[in-house]
Design a protein around this ligand. Structure first.
Ligand code: BV8
Ligand code: ZN
Length: 257
Protein backbone atom coordinates (compact mmCIF):
# COMPACT_ATOMS: atom_id res chain seq x y z
CA UNK A 1 0.00 0.00 0.00
CA UNK A 2 1.54 3.33 -1.00
CA UNK A 3 2.29 5.31 2.11
CA UNK A 4 1.14 8.87 1.77
CA UNK A 5 2.14 11.51 4.25
CA UNK A 6 -0.83 13.85 4.46
CA UNK A 7 -0.12 17.20 6.13
CA UNK A 8 -1.71 17.57 9.57
CA UNK A 9 -4.53 20.15 9.32
CA UNK A 10 -3.72 22.99 11.78
CA UNK A 11 -7.32 22.94 13.03
CA UNK A 12 -6.95 19.28 14.00
CA UNK A 13 -3.60 19.89 15.71
CA UNK A 14 -5.23 22.72 17.67
CA UNK A 15 -8.23 20.53 18.58
CA UNK A 16 -5.83 17.92 19.99
CA UNK A 17 -3.72 20.50 21.82
CA UNK A 18 -6.84 21.93 23.49
CA UNK A 19 -8.72 18.66 24.05
CA UNK A 20 -9.75 17.87 27.61
CA UNK A 21 -11.11 14.42 26.86
CA UNK A 22 -9.93 12.33 23.90
CA UNK A 23 -11.36 8.98 22.80
CA UNK A 24 -9.07 6.84 20.64
CA UNK A 25 -10.78 4.02 18.72
CA UNK A 26 -8.55 1.50 16.95
CA UNK A 27 -8.99 -1.40 14.55
CA UNK A 28 -6.73 -3.93 12.87
CA UNK A 29 -5.02 -1.21 10.81
CA UNK A 30 -3.18 0.13 13.87
CA UNK A 31 -1.39 -3.23 14.17
CA UNK A 32 -0.83 -3.67 10.43
CA UNK A 33 2.65 -2.10 10.55
CA UNK A 34 3.57 -4.57 13.27
CA UNK A 35 2.93 -7.33 10.76
CA UNK A 36 -0.44 -8.43 12.15
CA UNK A 37 -2.86 -9.44 9.40
CA UNK A 38 -5.91 -7.23 9.14
CA UNK A 39 -9.25 -8.67 8.21
CA UNK A 40 -9.87 -7.02 4.91
CA UNK A 41 -6.67 -5.88 3.25
CA UNK A 42 -6.80 -7.80 -0.01
CA UNK A 43 -3.10 -8.73 0.04
CA UNK A 44 -2.58 -9.90 3.55
CA UNK A 45 -6.09 -9.88 4.94
CA UNK A 46 -7.16 -12.88 6.95
CA UNK A 47 -10.35 -12.94 4.95
CA UNK A 48 -8.40 -13.77 1.81
CA UNK A 49 -6.65 -16.71 3.38
CA UNK A 50 -9.35 -17.97 5.67
CA UNK A 51 -13.00 -17.29 5.65
CA UNK A 52 -12.42 -15.43 8.91
CA UNK A 53 -16.07 -14.56 9.27
CA UNK A 54 -16.85 -18.27 9.05
CA UNK A 55 -14.17 -19.12 11.61
CA UNK A 56 -14.89 -16.27 14.06
CA UNK A 57 -18.24 -17.72 15.15
CA UNK A 58 -19.52 -20.00 17.94
CA UNK A 59 -20.91 -22.33 15.28
CA UNK A 60 -17.48 -22.81 13.69
CA UNK A 61 -15.93 -23.59 17.08
CA UNK A 62 -18.69 -26.09 17.87
CA UNK A 63 -18.29 -27.75 14.46
CA UNK A 64 -14.48 -27.59 14.06
CA UNK A 65 -12.90 -26.73 17.44
CA UNK A 66 -9.44 -27.89 16.33
CA UNK A 67 -9.39 -25.70 13.19
CA UNK A 68 -10.72 -22.64 15.04
CA UNK A 69 -8.36 -23.11 18.00
CA UNK A 70 -5.48 -23.65 15.58
CA UNK A 71 -6.31 -20.39 13.78
CA UNK A 72 -6.28 -18.44 17.01
CA UNK A 73 -3.06 -20.10 18.15
CA UNK A 74 -1.50 -19.10 14.78
CA UNK A 75 -2.67 -15.54 15.38
CA UNK A 76 -1.41 -15.58 18.97
CA UNK A 77 2.01 -16.72 17.65
CA UNK A 78 1.93 -13.88 15.11
CA UNK A 79 1.27 -11.39 17.93
CA UNK A 80 3.99 -12.91 20.14
CA UNK A 81 6.51 -12.29 17.32
CA UNK A 82 5.27 -8.76 16.65
CA UNK A 83 6.35 -5.56 18.37
CA UNK A 84 4.28 -2.41 18.92
CA UNK A 85 4.77 0.18 16.17
CA UNK A 86 5.03 3.97 16.26
CA UNK A 87 1.25 4.31 16.25
CA UNK A 88 0.86 2.19 19.39
CA UNK A 89 3.66 4.17 21.02
CA UNK A 90 2.21 7.56 20.03
CA UNK A 91 -1.20 6.58 21.44
CA UNK A 92 0.44 5.46 24.71
CA UNK A 93 2.37 8.76 24.85
CA UNK A 94 -0.80 10.75 24.17
CA UNK A 95 -2.46 9.26 27.26
CA UNK A 96 0.33 10.84 29.33
CA UNK A 97 -0.18 14.23 27.66
CA UNK A 98 -3.94 14.87 27.66
CA UNK A 99 -6.04 15.10 30.84
CA UNK A 100 -8.47 12.31 29.98
CA UNK A 101 -7.90 9.71 27.28
CA UNK A 102 -9.98 6.55 26.69
CA UNK A 103 -8.43 3.91 24.44
CA UNK A 104 -11.07 1.65 22.87
CA UNK A 105 -9.89 -1.15 20.62
CA UNK A 106 -11.55 -3.77 18.42
CA UNK A 107 -8.25 -5.63 18.29
CA UNK A 108 -7.62 -8.82 20.21
CA UNK A 109 -3.83 -8.41 20.26
CA UNK A 110 -1.91 -6.97 23.23
CA UNK A 111 0.22 -4.47 21.32
CA UNK A 112 -1.40 -1.40 22.91
CA UNK A 113 -0.55 -2.79 26.36
CA UNK A 114 2.97 -3.70 25.27
CA UNK A 115 3.43 -0.10 24.04
CA UNK A 116 2.56 1.13 27.54
CA UNK A 117 -1.17 1.91 27.25
CA UNK A 118 -3.18 1.18 30.38
CA UNK A 119 -6.88 0.54 30.90
CA UNK A 120 -7.33 -0.54 27.28
CA UNK A 121 -11.01 -1.19 26.54
CA UNK A 122 -11.19 -4.40 24.48
CA UNK A 123 -14.62 -4.43 22.81
CA UNK A 124 -13.97 -7.77 21.11
CA UNK A 125 -12.00 -9.54 23.82
CA UNK A 126 -8.42 -10.74 23.68
CA UNK A 127 -6.27 -13.55 22.36
CA UNK A 128 -4.75 -13.63 25.82
CA UNK A 129 -7.85 -14.41 27.88
CA UNK A 130 -8.87 -18.00 27.04
CA UNK A 131 -11.80 -19.40 28.99
CA UNK A 132 -13.85 -22.55 29.27
CA UNK A 133 -16.51 -22.79 26.54
CA UNK A 134 -18.93 -24.34 29.05
CA UNK A 135 -18.37 -23.11 32.61
CA UNK A 136 -16.62 -19.90 31.61
CA UNK A 137 -13.73 -20.41 34.01
CA UNK A 138 -10.68 -18.43 32.99
CA UNK A 139 -7.91 -20.64 31.64
CA UNK A 140 -4.21 -20.03 31.31
CA UNK A 141 -2.09 -21.06 28.39
CA UNK A 142 -0.18 -24.21 29.23
CA UNK A 143 2.44 -23.41 26.62
CA UNK A 144 3.73 -20.61 24.46
CA UNK A 145 2.02 -20.57 21.08
CA UNK A 146 3.40 -23.21 18.81
CA UNK A 147 6.49 -21.64 17.26
CA UNK A 148 5.27 -21.53 13.74
CA UNK A 149 1.94 -23.29 13.47
CA UNK A 150 1.17 -23.56 9.80
CA UNK A 151 -1.75 -21.39 8.86
CA UNK A 152 -4.89 -23.39 8.99
CA UNK A 153 -3.34 -26.20 11.05
CA UNK A 154 -5.81 -27.82 13.39
CA UNK A 155 -4.80 -27.85 17.06
CA UNK A 156 -7.05 -29.53 19.62
CA UNK A 157 -8.12 -26.99 22.26
CA UNK A 158 -7.08 -27.89 25.83
CA UNK A 159 -9.74 -29.20 28.22
CA UNK A 160 -11.06 -27.11 31.09
CA UNK A 161 -9.44 -28.13 34.37
CA UNK A 162 -12.75 -27.60 36.13
CA UNK A 163 -15.35 -29.29 33.91
CA UNK A 164 -13.42 -30.88 31.06
CA UNK A 165 -15.13 -28.90 28.26
CA UNK A 166 -12.93 -27.37 25.51
CA UNK A 167 -11.19 -24.09 26.27
CA UNK A 168 -12.17 -21.35 23.79
CA UNK A 169 -10.45 -18.11 22.71
CA UNK A 170 -11.39 -15.15 24.89
CA UNK A 171 -12.67 -13.16 21.91
CA UNK A 172 -16.15 -11.95 20.94
CA UNK A 173 -17.34 -13.91 17.91
CA UNK A 174 -19.86 -12.72 15.32
CA UNK A 175 -23.32 -13.13 16.79
CA UNK A 176 -22.01 -12.81 20.35
CA UNK A 177 -22.66 -9.83 22.58
CA UNK A 178 -19.87 -7.47 23.48
CA UNK A 179 -18.71 -7.49 27.13
CA UNK A 180 -21.31 -5.27 28.81
CA UNK A 181 -18.85 -3.33 30.96
CA UNK A 182 -16.49 -2.63 28.06
CA UNK A 183 -19.35 -1.54 25.82
CA UNK A 184 -20.87 0.78 28.42
CA UNK A 185 -17.48 2.35 29.16
CA UNK A 186 -16.83 2.87 25.45
CA UNK A 187 -20.25 4.41 24.89
CA UNK A 188 -19.72 6.82 27.77
CA UNK A 189 -16.27 7.81 26.49
CA UNK A 190 -17.58 8.42 22.96
CA UNK A 191 -20.44 10.54 24.31
CA UNK A 192 -18.21 12.53 26.62
CA UNK A 193 -15.11 13.29 24.56
CA UNK A 194 -14.35 16.49 22.71
CA UNK A 195 -12.06 14.75 20.21
CA UNK A 196 -12.62 11.23 18.79
CA UNK A 197 -9.77 9.62 16.81
CA UNK A 198 -10.77 6.60 14.68
CA UNK A 199 -7.53 4.85 13.67
CA UNK A 200 -7.14 1.87 11.35
CA UNK A 201 -10.66 0.55 11.21
CA UNK A 202 -12.92 -0.16 8.26
CA UNK A 203 -15.85 1.02 10.44
CA UNK A 204 -17.98 -1.90 9.22
CA UNK A 205 -18.45 -4.04 12.32
CA UNK A 206 -21.30 -3.19 14.66
CA UNK A 207 -22.04 -2.16 17.30
CA UNK A 208 -18.42 -0.90 17.58
CA UNK A 209 -18.86 1.23 14.45
CA UNK A 210 -21.59 3.14 16.30
CA UNK A 211 -18.99 4.83 18.51
CA UNK A 212 -17.75 7.56 16.11
CA UNK A 213 -21.37 8.33 15.23
CA UNK A 214 -22.21 8.70 18.91
CA UNK A 215 -19.25 11.07 19.32
CA UNK A 216 -20.49 13.13 16.37
CA UNK A 217 -23.98 13.34 17.85
CA UNK A 218 -22.46 14.50 21.14
CA UNK A 219 -20.69 17.34 19.34
CA UNK A 220 -17.14 15.98 19.35
CA UNK A 221 -14.61 16.61 16.61
CA UNK A 222 -14.07 13.31 14.76
CA UNK A 223 -10.86 12.54 12.87
CA UNK A 224 -10.03 9.35 10.97
CA UNK A 225 -6.62 7.89 10.14
CA UNK A 226 -6.76 5.33 7.33
CA UNK A 227 -4.95 4.89 3.98
CA UNK A 228 -8.29 3.89 2.47
CA UNK A 229 -11.78 5.34 2.48
CA UNK A 230 -14.39 3.99 4.88
CA UNK A 231 -18.09 4.71 5.46
CA UNK A 232 -16.97 7.20 8.12
CA UNK A 233 -15.31 9.45 5.53
CA UNK A 234 -18.54 11.26 4.80
CA UNK A 235 -19.11 12.10 8.48
CA UNK A 236 -15.65 12.71 9.94
CA UNK A 237 -14.41 16.30 10.24
CA UNK A 238 -10.90 15.21 9.25
CA UNK A 239 -9.77 12.26 7.10
CA UNK A 240 -6.00 11.69 7.24
CA UNK A 241 -5.34 9.40 4.28
CA UNK A 242 -2.20 7.73 5.58
CA UNK A 243 -0.67 4.96 7.68
CA UNK A 244 -1.16 5.18 11.44
CA UNK A 245 2.54 4.69 12.29
CA UNK A 246 3.36 7.66 10.02
CA UNK A 247 0.46 9.95 10.90
CA UNK A 248 0.16 9.53 14.67
CA UNK A 249 3.66 10.74 15.67
CA UNK A 250 3.24 13.71 13.31
CA UNK A 251 -0.17 14.52 14.78
CA UNK A 252 1.29 14.67 18.29
CA UNK A 253 4.20 16.82 17.07
CA UNK A 254 1.83 19.20 15.26
CA UNK A 255 -0.14 19.57 18.51
CA UNK A 256 3.06 20.61 20.23
CA UNK A 257 3.41 17.40 22.25
C1 BV8 B 1 -23.46 -8.55 17.76
C2 BV8 B 1 -12.96 -10.71 17.45
C3 BV8 B 1 -25.58 -9.17 18.39
C4 BV8 B 1 -12.79 -12.06 16.84
C5 BV8 B 1 -14.43 -9.52 15.92
C6 BV8 B 1 -25.59 -6.50 9.24
C7 BV8 B 1 -25.52 -5.16 9.53
C8 BV8 B 1 -25.00 -4.69 10.73
C9 BV8 B 1 -24.52 -5.60 11.66
C10 BV8 B 1 -24.59 -6.93 11.36
C11 BV8 B 1 -25.11 -7.39 10.17
N1 BV8 B 1 -25.03 -8.74 10.19
C12 BV8 B 1 -24.47 -9.15 11.34
C13 BV8 B 1 -24.22 -8.05 12.07
C14 BV8 B 1 -23.64 -7.99 13.39
C15 BV8 B 1 -22.14 -8.25 13.31
C16 BV8 B 1 -21.48 -7.36 12.29
O1 BV8 B 1 -21.28 -6.18 12.53
N2 BV8 B 1 -21.15 -7.95 11.13
C17 BV8 B 1 -20.49 -7.17 10.11
C18 BV8 B 1 -19.51 -8.07 9.35
C19 BV8 B 1 -21.55 -6.59 9.17
N3 BV8 B 1 -21.67 -7.91 14.62
C20 BV8 B 1 -21.64 -8.85 15.57
O2 BV8 B 1 -21.93 -10.01 15.39
C21 BV8 B 1 -21.23 -8.35 16.94
N4 BV8 B 1 -22.18 -8.84 17.89
O3 BV8 B 1 -23.91 -7.82 16.92
O4 BV8 B 1 -24.21 -9.18 18.67
C22 BV8 B 1 -26.22 -9.52 19.64
C23 BV8 B 1 -26.93 -8.54 20.31
C24 BV8 B 1 -27.56 -8.88 21.45
C25 BV8 B 1 -27.48 -10.19 21.93
C26 BV8 B 1 -26.76 -11.15 21.25
C27 BV8 B 1 -26.12 -10.82 20.09
C28 BV8 B 1 -19.88 -8.90 17.33
C29 BV8 B 1 -18.84 -8.36 16.40
C30 BV8 B 1 -17.46 -8.76 16.91
C31 BV8 B 1 -16.87 -9.81 16.02
N5 BV8 B 1 -15.50 -10.08 16.44
N6 BV8 B 1 -13.20 -9.72 16.39
C32 BV8 B 1 -11.50 -12.15 16.06
O5 BV8 B 1 -10.70 -11.20 16.06
O6 BV8 B 1 -11.30 -13.23 15.45
S1 BV8 B 1 -14.64 -8.42 14.65
C33 BV8 B 1 -13.15 -8.26 13.87
O7 BV8 B 1 -13.45 -7.73 12.61
C34 BV8 B 1 -12.26 -7.24 14.51
O8 BV8 B 1 -12.30 -7.26 15.90
C35 BV8 B 1 -12.74 -5.96 13.96
O9 BV8 B 1 -13.76 -5.42 14.72
C36 BV8 B 1 -13.33 -6.38 12.65
C37 BV8 B 1 -12.37 -6.00 11.57
O10 BV8 B 1 -12.51 -4.65 11.48
P1 BV8 B 1 -11.21 -3.73 11.51
O11 BV8 B 1 -10.59 -3.79 12.84
O12 BV8 B 1 -11.67 -2.44 11.01
O13 BV8 B 1 -10.21 -4.40 10.53
P2 BV8 B 1 -10.38 -4.45 8.98
O14 BV8 B 1 -9.40 -5.43 8.45
O15 BV8 B 1 -11.82 -4.57 8.65
O16 BV8 B 1 -9.95 -2.99 8.51
C38 BV8 B 1 -8.61 -2.60 8.69
C39 BV8 B 1 -8.59 -1.15 8.31
O17 BV8 B 1 -7.27 -0.66 8.55
C40 BV8 B 1 -8.89 -0.94 6.84
O18 BV8 B 1 -9.82 0.11 6.70
C41 BV8 B 1 -7.53 -0.55 6.25
O19 BV8 B 1 -7.66 0.41 5.21
C42 BV8 B 1 -6.87 0.08 7.43
N7 BV8 B 1 -5.41 0.04 7.44
C43 BV8 B 1 -4.59 -0.87 6.84
N8 BV8 B 1 -3.30 -0.55 7.10
C44 BV8 B 1 -3.32 0.57 7.89
C45 BV8 B 1 -4.66 0.93 8.10
N9 BV8 B 1 -5.01 2.01 8.84
C46 BV8 B 1 -4.01 2.74 9.37
N10 BV8 B 1 -2.70 2.46 9.23
C47 BV8 B 1 -2.32 1.38 8.49
N11 BV8 B 1 -1.01 1.10 8.32
ZN1 ZN C 1 -15.19 -25.57 32.37
Amino acid sequence: MATVTPPIPPALAQALAQARRVAVFTGAGVSAESGISTFRDPLSGLWSRFDARALATPEAFAAQPDLVWGWYEWRRAQVARAVPNAAHRAIAALARLVPGLALITQNVDNLHERAGSEGVIHLHGSLHAPRCSACGQAASFTAAPADEPAEGRAIAPPACGHCGAPIRPGVVWFGESLPAQAWQTALAAAGDCDLFLSIGTSALVYPAAELPLRALRAGATVAQVNPAATPLDARAHFNLRGAAADVMPRLLAAAGF
